[in-house]
Write a protein that binds this ligand. Structure first.
Ligand code: YXS
Length: 278
């Protein structure tokens, strides 16, 4: 189901000692567990990390696992820092095009014929918020926080991604999150319905695996078809060709803007961006 080239994920290792794999996976009692482990870059969603994630998910599908848990390595204070900004196109291409690694992994999750559960300890940024929101459920602990951040970079989020949030939350909350880029704290994420369950850190893994284990005992054919129907209902929305073209035109003005370039440059210069609306 996934459309990713099979590429083993391994962090580029500068030193002789091989770097630990940036994505690891295991099967525990019929539940597939994928662990994001690129500590140095806060699990930024690089092509290498995403390909490892997609490969792991594809491997679980081959094993016909009905439940998959996505998690960050234990002890990380950041679940994922979102799209790897180093790999964002610089104004010459849509930064969130259909074949972008982030978009490919969102589709792999949404098409998986079983439950994909995000187990969140730590903060979730940008496209990683879209990723966990694309999972079927989010189980989080008190250290979690969720921020969608295109306005920090001057990046025109894509319509597919916006729909993932509009489907989940009232428009006023979607606007607040996108307009302020302020991290939604754990308790608000629970109150707003971003997460399914907010559990103490000490219980997060046990709670999540128990939920996943229960799902593995259900009827697989029915579950897969129900998930795909829910995806079709939410993903397959008609949009007039002219409307789509107008949206792409508007987004192109933004990703070709000086503000977008400034947003990315400021991140790497570790300074606040100065946006001028041009
Ligand atoms: O300087 P070194 O080489 O050590 O690397 C630093 C950071 O540059 C790197 N890093 C990232 N690299 C690429 N893409 C990223 N998104 C990214 N985030 C971090 O990781 C090393 C450690 O970062 P540092 O020192 O800042 O860690 P920290 O623990 O003090 O702070 C963690 C964060 C996550 C609060 C901080 O790194 C941060 O604010 N990162 C950016 C979060 C963000 O704005 N993500 C959105 C990416 S763009 C995206 O997802 C969408 C397209 S959109 O923009 O539309 O939302």
């Amino acid at each position: 189901m996934s459309d990713a080239p099979a590429t083993p994920a391994a962090a580029p290792s500068a030193s002789a000692a091989p770097a630990p794999p940036i994505v690891t996976s295991e099967v525990r009692g019929g539940v597939g567990i994928v662990t994001l482990n690129h500590v140095a870059h806060r699990n930024a969603l690089s092509a290498a990390l995403v390909n490892g994630l997609i490969d792991a998910i594809a491997g679980f599908e081959t094993q016909k696992l009905m439940a998959v848990v996505l998690r960050a390595a234990p002890g990380m204070s950041v679940w994922s820092a979102g799209h790897d900004i180093r790999e964002l196109p610089r104004g010459d291409a849509d930064p969130l095009g259909y074949s972008d690694p982030l978009e490919r992994v969102l589709r792999a999750i949404r098409h998986y014929p079983g439950a994909v559960i995000a187990m969140v300890h730590g903060t979730v940024w940008g496209g990683a918020f879209d990723l966990v929101a694309s999972c079927d459920m989010i189980i989080a602990d008190e250290t979690s926080g969720f921020a969608i951040t295109p306005v920090n970079l001057g990046l025109p989020y894509n319509t597919t991604g916006l729909l993932h949030f509009v489907d989940r939350l009232p428009m006023n909350l979607v606007r607040e999150m996108f307009f302020t880029a302020t991290p939604v704290k754990a308790e608000d994420a629970a109150r707003w319905g971003i997460v399914n369950h907010l559990v103490p850190s000490a219980d997060l893994e046990t709670f999540t695996l128990a939920l996943a284990d229960g799902i593995t005992r259900k009827a697989p054919l029915a579950l897969a078809v129900i998930k795909e129907q829910l995806r079709i209902i939410s993903d397959d929305r008609p949009i007039a060709a002219q409307t789509f073209e107008r949206i792409q035109d508007m987004r192109r003005v933004v990703y070709e803007s000086k503000d977008y370039e400034e947003g990315i440059n400021a991140f790497f210069a570790k300074r606040k961006p100065v946006f001028k609306g041009e």
